[in-house]
Structure formats: structure tokens, C-alpha cells
Design a protein around this ligand. Sequence first.
Ligand SMILES: Cc1ncc(COP(=O)(O)O)c(C=O)c1O
Length: 457
Amino acid sequence: MDNEMSNANDTVRSDKNHVWHHLVQHKPFEQTDPLVIVEGKGMRVKDINGREYLDAVSGGVWTVNVGYGRDRIANAVRDQLVRMCYFANTAGNVPGAQFAEKLIEKMPGMSRVYYSNSGSEANEKAYKMVRQISSLYHDGNRHKIIYRDRDYHGTTIGALSSTGQFERKEQYGPFVPGFVEIPHCCCYRCPFGKAYGSCEIECAQALEETLLREGPDTVGAVVLEPVTAGGGVIPPVPEYLPMISDICRKYGVLLHIDEVVCGLGRTGKWFGYQHYGIQPDIVTMAKGVASGYAAISCTVTTEAVFDRFKANPDERLHYFRDISTFGGCTAGPVAALENLRIIQEEKLLENVTEMGEYILQRLHALQEKYSLIGDVRGKGLFVGMELVKDRQSREPVEESVPMRIAADCTKQGVLIGRTNRSFRKHNNTIALSPALIATRDDLDEIVTALDVALGNL
Ligand SMILES: Cc1ncc(COP(=O)(O)O)c(C=O)c1O
């Protein structure tokens, strides 16, 4: 056995003996090996056995927005780390200051960047801000946070408490009080039995009804994904977010947009909410901020939100008394700075818009071929295909069907995504989120793999 092979075997053995993988039932690894990824360049990754794959999900969970193997990000991180790797964010650091300024330039109306290191944590920070504002200015009454069915906001108990995915939450309760759910906004499965064009956007109106039911003076914020991601890739209709924003303004409720997936270009604008002409009060982001080259997340607020925490300097507890140890790592902001420059210099937003239209068109053509495809939807390089047993009844397929399609695509050398143990019934969406650099040829290869896999069912 040559050296490389024996190293590979050792690695797989160490992995199987000691690594606890995310979201995975490990029993099958008694018979088979886990996928171990060792290299990546552009849109492609290689596993430990030398097999190459086209990655249609940017690192499995829509993260590596600018693609693999970017020397300039790695070099910038290296240079920064040898100079100054870490100091708690009670103090400033150079890339943190520079990235905050560049980021805010892309977010008119926003002003302050709070660093931490995961999407869940960024959302927790936002929830703490909302609760502290409630405590400081509303006698603690406005502590409730409204979230939406099918949205996901993270894995920590607070973030999970604000998540609208039954199976994701199952067995992890009890949850944190004060989180209230509103219906989702997926037209294909309209919770109100209506059709877009002849409806009154009841899904947005539901926010006002919920506020009135709960008592508007008890609600501090609404948290929403601009396009629901893991819940089935659900872009709202154009009227939805402006209506939500108006209702928030009417009742003095903060609007928190979770851009953990959509942020930094995924949908063809810097941020998903920017398609809808709204002005949030809080925006959270993670994954694509540094494309996975370093861990970083941001909770971005308006100056008005920020001001509330410095209005009373004489009061001992009147400031945001929160810390994230790794929010002081400089690798995150320095990687994020290069990542942002790449998106800008390579005109990746334009590419996303053009390629996003192309892939939607290709998937709609596939829908004509396979009656199994009930709905195709998306925004930019972020698309979903909902699979049904029957187009008339829209009965979702069993979860095993997208699992088989994904396994077949993997065999063909294309990695795709799918909704995964999130719902009781609706784990039936295939999800694609290739890197923002995807070309027509890449997208053709992805669609061909799907076509073959659907034909093999
Ligand atoms: C919309 C959204 N928010 C928050 C999170 C949580 O991010 P993290 O896994 O970095 O904690 C995710 C992760 O998938 C997400 O999709």
C-alpha cells in the first residue's frame, strides 16, 4: 500500500472512531465510510479517495459563496494572524474596523456591526438586544419575538425556540417562552387556501392579527428570513415584506431580517431584503460573510437601535453586556473583507442574477418532463424543487425520494441539497445553491445529473 493510501485509510479510521458528524445517524458507518473532503478549487471538491464532485450547495449548507481555493483570502488571513490573531472585542482591531465600514456601505440605513461566530449566535445577540430594549424602555413588557413557520434561525435553544420547523425542534424542548409563530408564506402550500393574484396576502396580514391577539405592547420584534432557506427555499411574493415592514412600523415593533443564508450575494443583491425595498432595524448574517474561510457572524443594527444602549451612561447596567469570545478573532473580518472585494471585483452579483434566471429556466423545463416536480422556485443562485406524488393533490413525496435523488447525483459526481428531517411531512424539496461563480456549463452539469437521477427513480 503506498503512503497516500495508508494515510487515507488512517484518516477514515480516525474519523469513524472519533468524529461525531453533524445531522447524521452513524449506524451505517459500521458498514460504509463517511465522505471525507480533502480539496477544493472553484466549484469542485475532491474526496479522500480522489473522486471529484461538482458542489451545487456551496459546502453542503450554502456557505462557500466565492468558491474554493481562493489564495487571496488564505494569504490575507495568514498575514493577519501572524501580526495579530486575537484580542477580545472589548478592544478594536484593524480588519474588524475595515470590514464594518465596507459592510455598512452595502447596507444603507444600517450602522453598527456586532461580531460573533455563528448564525445562531448572531440571532441570539439580536434577541438579547430586543429583550434588553424591552427591559430598559418598556418595563420588560415588549419581550416577545414573532417568528414564522418553516423558517430556521439556528441550533442553540433560543434560536431553535424561534424556529418554525417541527422535526428540527422535536426532542429538544422545552423551549424558551416568549416566541410566537405566524404562518409561512409559501404560495404553493398557502396556509389560507388562496392563490396569488386573487388573495389579499393573508400571510402578511397574519402578522397584524397575531400582534393584536398577543397585544402589540408585548412584542419587541419580528424575525424573518428574506427567503426561507432550509424550510424549502421559499421566496415571498413582492408585496409580502413591504406589508410586514408597514405593520412593524405601525406597532413600533423592530424588524429583524435573518440573512445568514441570503446575505453576501446569494440572491443577486448584497442582501435578500434589498429586493423588497424595506429598511430593517436588525440584520444578522454568517455563512457567506467569509465564505467559510473563517468563522464570522454579524448582528448589524441601525444607529437608532444602537443609541438605545448608550442613552444612560450613568446607569450601571444600561449598555449591551454581551461578549462572544471568538468575536474577537481577526481571521473572520479579514477573510470577510477579501470575500466582499471578490464579489465586487468579479461582478458576482450580476452573475448570480443572470445564472439564477438560467437555472430556473432549466428547472422549469425539467418540470415539464417529470410530473413529480410540483413546484420550482427561487431567487438568484438559490433554487428549490418541491417533489409531489401527484400534481393535483400536491401530496408530498416521502423523504426517501429526495434522498435517493441526492444519492444518485452524488454517484454521478454532483452534490445537491434537500430538506432534511425538518418537518413531519414536507421534507420533499431539492435545494441548489451553487457558488456565485457558477457558469452555464456548471449549471448544465447539475441539471443533467438531476435529470438522470429523476429518470432512474
Ligand atoms: C437562516 C439561518 N439562520 C441561522 C442559521 C444558523 O447558523 P449557524 O449554523 O451558523 O449557527 C442557519 C443555518 O443553517 C440558517 O439557515
